[in-house]
Write a protein that binds this ligand. Structure first.
Ligand code: C2G
Length: 131
């Protein structure tokens, strides 16, 4: 069984996220999503989410491509996660290209093209304007 992992905040889940998850899952047989906790978002990613971790986790768990959701609590946990979950392939959108190449020592590292026209930030801005 080929095991794939990806990381992210996945706030206001949208089709750009789904495109990533679908392609990531296709690279193996089992997809784990390490979901940024509210604390990690606030302290290290300077992100304030609309949905809580619990809500974002519930949404991701309902996506057919996702097999398991685990917490992402810090930048340093990736090597441990790759070992602990016997990961074959690490996947991220290419806005992160090169940033996680250190994981090549432990697993395959794949950066997939982002879906260009959509982002959580854009959604917040446009929905906010129309409210
Ligand atoms: N993504 C995408 N297309 C978009 C928006 C996002 O392919 N239009 C991808 C991102 O490249 C990322 C994933 O969807 O691989 C999740 O996006 P975010 O929630 O923005 O993730 P980010 O905040 O970049 O967190 O340790 C890694 C970080 O946790 C990544």
């Amino acid at each position: 069984m080929k095991r794939v992992i990806t990381y992210g905040t996945f706030d206001l889940l949208h089709y750009g996220h789904i495109n990533l998850l679908r392609r990531a899952r296709k690279l193996g047989d089992y997809l784990i999503v390490a979901l940024s906790t509210d604390e990690f978002n606030k302290s290290s990613k300077n992100k304030v989410c609309y949905f809580t971790y619990k809500e974002r986790k519930q949404l991701l768990e309902s996506v057919r491509y996702v097999d398991l959701v685990i917490p992402e609590e810090n930048w340093e946990q990736k090597i441990r996660d790759v070992k602990e979950y016997h990961i074959d392939t690490f996947v991220m959108g290419d806005d992160w290209k090169g940033k996680f190449d250190y994981l090549k020592e432990y697993c395959e590292v794949v950066y997939l093209p982002r879906t260009p026209e959509i982002s959580t930030t854009k959604m917040k801005r446009e929905i906010g304007l129309q409210s």
